[in-house]
Design a protein. Structure first.
Length: 182
């Protein structure tokens, strides 16, 4: 999850010892996390990933789940070793990559340490703006799940037409983290 239950409760000014809303808040955090990851076309959790990528003549290969902590293996029909990781999830190979459709397999450890998974040995690394986007989206979902406008007298509700988009303030916070490979 991109935000912790404790932090969500603090932001919403709910006492930590009050557990009456915990299940609902957890569901909202999970839903917001999934929507954000879908929007960004990537996963944020630090773990082992294997990607199958189409090779092209460019010297750069973009991996989805940066930051990259360790590249374990890059292979086509044989192991490739003449590349370097140059930051922001990019691999560089001076002579370019073997051209083909879904012909390169990359295994690596990438992503961020999420708030609930942080330890003394491995502190959280998730950027604050991503966590803030999640917290903000949870608040928006809790207050107004999809409604565009409301009216109390004679009760009227209209819903958002574009249900695929995140609210503008949330999307703005996530702009630097949206996948550049699509």
């Amino acid at each position: 999850m991109l935000a912790s239950l404790d932090r969500m409760k603090r932001v919403m000014q709910i006492p930590v010892e009050d557990t009456s809303m915990d299940e609902t808040l957890l569901l909202l955090i999970v839903a917001a996390t999934q929507a954000i990851e879908h929007h960004c076309k990537r996963t944020f959790r630090k773990q082992r990933y294997t990607e199958r990528i189409s090779g092209h003549s460019s010297p750069y290969l973009n991996l989805r789940n940066y930051p990259i902590h360790q590249v374990e293996e890059v292979r086509t029909d044989h192991l490739l070793g003449d590349y370097e990781e140059i930051g922001e999830g990019r691999l560089f190979r001076a002579k370019g990559w073997p051209v083909g459709e879904q012909n390169i397999f990359v295994s690596y450890v990438g992503g961020y340490v999420l708030p609930d998974e942080a330890t003394g040995a491995e502190p959280r690394t998730l950027p604050e703006s991503i966590e803030l986007a999640c917290l903000l989206y949870v608040q928006m979902l809790g207050r107004n799940p999809g409604a565009k406008s409301e009216r109390v007298g004679d009760i009227s509700v209209s819903y958002e037409e574009d249900t695929q988009s995140l609210p503008a303030p949330v999307a703005a916070l996530l702009t630097p983290y949206v996948g550049r490979w699509v």
